[in-house]
Write a protein that binds this ligand. Structure first.
Ligand SMILES: Cc1cc2nc3c(=O)[nH]c(=O)nc-3n(C[C@H](O)[C@H](O)[C@H](O)COP(=O)(O)OP(=O)(O)OC[C@H]3O[C@@H](n4cnc5c(N)ncnc54)[C@H](O)[C@@H]3O)c2cc1C
Length: 410
């Protein structure tokens, strides 16, 4: 059996390990355009912050490829897939690789900033280790860093710059940070926390154009003001990376996959940020572009590719993070209101900076936000994942001291 894995991120890595577990003999070829052993993408911002050296990002030992007998084809991109002849074609050479089973685990590309002058020097996105290494070259002469976007990447970039002793300005188009993961109450708590820790955050504002002389010097903003900047880091979201995909493989936002993570083309699988699979709580195909999902999908795709049928239980959005003095966990659907058929319970203590929110659809928990009261977070995750009906008064679950054994009896 010949396996080709495209993408050497966490999804591709976990798939290779799963294949080798099930099939000790098959030939595995891994094509990846980053010339590196697998590394932790979520931790690249720690390199920016100076708290982790680049060499410490690796998540597998140096002998990873030899140990699993993988043929690594790194620093190379595929440009096309010939579905009928079962071959992947390379971008910069006439080389091609044949496959019986193919995994597309190409992740996502950072969305470019929608502003004139975006090609000026010292304007970066933050998706790869190399992006951060390029930023490090510019840091010594940086005085006015600007971060675009209030999502996870924007927040991590701003935090990293702050740790370097710089005073970044953060521009957020929506009214509060982390607007995909949080509701307004939680988002405004995070905003207060960022402001309290010296970040200059401006909400409801975006960049119209950049100006500079080779490198960026200022940004013209949507409110007519001008922001001086000599380093820009854009965290404006991502798009699944599948430009090489033939038209006969069905896509929506990402590559559509079934319960076995196989695409509409037999023998071709997809996993990670590039794949769109059934969301457990939304009940519709969705991409939750997070590390644990990519790892799990990679592993399950690998099993199925190697002939051991395993059904994926579906994707679920979840994030755990610390933002200065706030510990934060979000699960499932949180940005919804009661009028859309959901039942919502909240408990908020502004002075203590605590917040708990639980979202139910009928008897089933479908979302939660916990800030600085993390009790039962793991249990909530399990209730959501397993769609366990809650038959006792649901608001009782807001209490961090709630005795969950009552659920079993309920
Ligand atoms: C700065 C940052 C912080 C993050 N923080 C968190 C966090 O705190 N928690 C969390 O859960 N998630 C976080 N994420 C998201 C997480 O990193 C991703 O969900 C995860 O890395 C996706 O893994 P993947 O294997 O699907 O794709 P990727 O990690 O993107 O790997 C795909 C690989 O395929 C390569 N590739 C693409 N196209 C081709 C091609 N045509 N040919 C060959 N190779 C190709 C890419 O270069 C890349 O190396 C963060 C992401 C970033 C960028």
């Amino acid at each position: 059996m010949e396996y080709v894995i495209v993408g050497n991120g966490i999804a591709g890595t976990c798939a290779a390990e799963a294949i080798r577990e099930v099939d000790p003999e098959g030939a595995i070829c891994m094509v990846g355009d980053e010339n590196t052993l697998p590394y932790s993408r979520p931790m690249i911002s720690m390199v920016l912050a100076g708290s982790v050296p680049p060499g410490k990002l690796l998540i597998r030992p140096e002998n990873f490829f030899e140990h699993l007998r993988i043929n690594p084809v790194l620093g190379n991109r595929i440009s096309a897939i010939d579905v009928d002849n079962k071959r992947v074609l390379m971008e910069n050479s006439s080389q091609s690789f044949s496959f019986d089973r193919l995994l597309i685990a190409t992740g996502a590309d950072a969305k470019p900033v929608d502003a004139d002058g975006r090609d000026l020097g010292h304007i970066f996105c933050m998706r790869t280790k190399d992006h951060v290494l390029q930023m490090l070259d510019v840091l010594p002469q940086t005085r006015n860093p600007l971060v675009l976007g209030g999502g996870l990447v924007g927040f991590k970039a701003a935090y990293g710059l702050l740790k370097r002793g710089l005073k970044p300005t953060m521009l957020i188009t929506s009214g509060y940070p982390l607007s995909i993961q949080l509701d307004k109450t939680a988002g405004l708590m995070v905003l207060d926390e960022l402001l309290d820790h010296g970040l200059h955050v401006r909400v409801g504002i975006s960049v119209k154009s950049f100006e500079g002389n080779g490198t960026v010097k200022k940004a013209h903003l949507s409110d007519g003001t001008v922001q001086p900047c000599d380093l820009v880091i854009a965290g404006k979201g991502v798009s699944p990376a599948f430009s090489f995909l033939p038209e006969n493989v069905p896509v929506n936002v990402g590559i559509l996959v079934n319960r076995n993570l196989e695409t509409g083309a037999a023998g071709i699988f997809a996993a990670g940020d590039v794949a769109e699979s059934l969301d457990i709580v939304r009940k519709t195909p969705w991409i939750n572009a997070i590390w644990p999902e990519a790892a799990e999908q990679g592993r399950i795709a690998g099993m199925n590719m190697a002939g051991r049928p395993v059904a994926y239980r579906g994707t679920l959005s979840r994030n755990v993070m610390r933002i200065f003095g706030l510990d934060l966990m979000t699960l499932g659907v949180v940005n919804t209101d009661a009028s859309s058929g959901y039942e919502i319970f909240t408990k908020n203590d502004h002075r203590r900076k605590t917040y708990r929110k639980l979202v139910f659809r009928e008897e089933v928990l479908v979302g939660a936000i916990l800030i600085n009261q993390m009790e039962q977070g793991g249990l909530f995750l399990s209730l959501i994942r397993n769609e366990i009906p809650i038959t006792i008064p649901r608001e009782n679950l807001l209490d961090p001291g709630f005795n969950f054994r009552k659920l079993m009896r309920g």
